[in-house]
Design a protein around this ligand. Structure first.
Ligand code: ADP
Ligand code: MG
Length: 289
């Protein structure tokens, strides 16, 4: 028997680096008319590096609290997290040969950050706008995380991440395929979001979003009649992936929850695999109908 077009398309997509989970998912990929991207790990390589460690000088918690102490506390907590930011912070600590104290009662809140008890003190590391919402935040275009000890800010870490080499080309390709401007949905701050968006050619930027707010943005587009493709990788993207017409997860560094929630997974680590899969779907649909 000849293979039904959607099944051959699934096999083909697999050869092109995209694992599509069902014939329905394969069909829906070709129906999308708008693409919403996550930033960290999706448009970026997802391997940020710590580029600055800045203790909050005037109100330092104790004398001698400097860069090493700040990084040690942050890394002790991040040691327990799988977020790309966490990996950057623990790598920075390892490069400086810092010895990390034990962290207890670790909790992680997607879109916000992480917290644990270290040496009897509650340490929080996360998004400045979430941890200290009342305070104006300096925003220099880098991803910045704030460190609090027992609720008081003790410093910040700045991180830099690079766009994927094929991000701008894949975004442009999908924009041409859909004919509508793409959207960026990110939990990161407005300046870091705007910098990355302009680097890859996205004008519609929505920053500072919690996971349920990413999903709400997708539903809003859906209610306006759009069929939204969400491309994401994190735990924080799972609600948006579920709300999408079709959800695609970046597989290499993607969280288990994102991979389970998505309709398709990019197994070859290239964003350009996404427009390829959309084309294969459209071709198969023309054969089906
Ligand atoms: P994105 O949407 O760009 O993938 P996330 O929603 O994963 O970003 O994270 C949004 C923000 O939440 C980050 O920019 C950071 O400030 C904070 N955050 C999330 N997880 C962590 C963590 N493990 N350590 C520090 N900050 C975190
Ligand atoms: Mg992400």
């Amino acid at each position: 028997a000849t293979m039904p077009p959607l099944l051959s398309a699934i096999a083909n997509a697999g050869r092109h680096g995209v694992l599509v989970k069902s014939a329905v998912a394969m069909e829906r990929l070709g129906e999308i008319d708008t693409v919403a991207y996550d930033k960290t790990g999706t448009l970026t390589e997802g391997t940020p590096r710590v580029i600055a460690v800045s203790p909050e000088s005037p109100e330092s918690p104790e004398p001698g609290f400097g860069e090493r102490e700040l990084l040690t506390l942050a890394a002790a907590v991040e040691h327990r997290s799988e977020h790309p930011i966490a990996r950057a912070v623990t790598d920075a600590a390892r490069e400086r040969d810092l010895r990390l104290p034990e962290a207890y009662d670790f909790t992680s809140t997607p879109g916000r950050g992480v917290t644990a008890t270290v040496a009897g003190r509650r340490v929080e590391v996360g998004a400045p706008a979430r941890l200290l919402p009342a305070r104006a935040q300096p925003d220099d275009g880098n991803t910045t995380v704030l460190v609090l000890v027992d609720g008081a800010p003790v410093g910040r870490l700045a991180l830099a991440d690079r766009p994927r080499p094929d991000a701008a080309a894949a975004v442009a390709d999908l924009a041409e395929l859909t004919g509508t401007p793409p959207v960026l949905l990110t939990g990161d701050g407005p300046a870091a979001a705007a910098g990355m968006a302009s680097a890859v050619g996205i004008a519609d930027v929505r920053a500072g979003l919690l996971p349920h707010e990413k999903a709400a943005a997708v539903r809003e587009l859906t209610e306006a009649g759009r069929r939204v493709l969400v491309v994401g990788d994190g735990v924080n993207d799972a609600p948006a992936l579920a709300a999408a017409h079709t959800g695609v997860a970046m597989g290499r560094a993607g969280s288990d929850l994102a991979l389970e929630t998505a309709d398709a997974v990019v197994v070859r680590d290239e964003l350009a695999a996404v427009p390829r899969a959309v084309r294969l779907s459209r071709r198969a649909r023309r054969l089906v109908t």
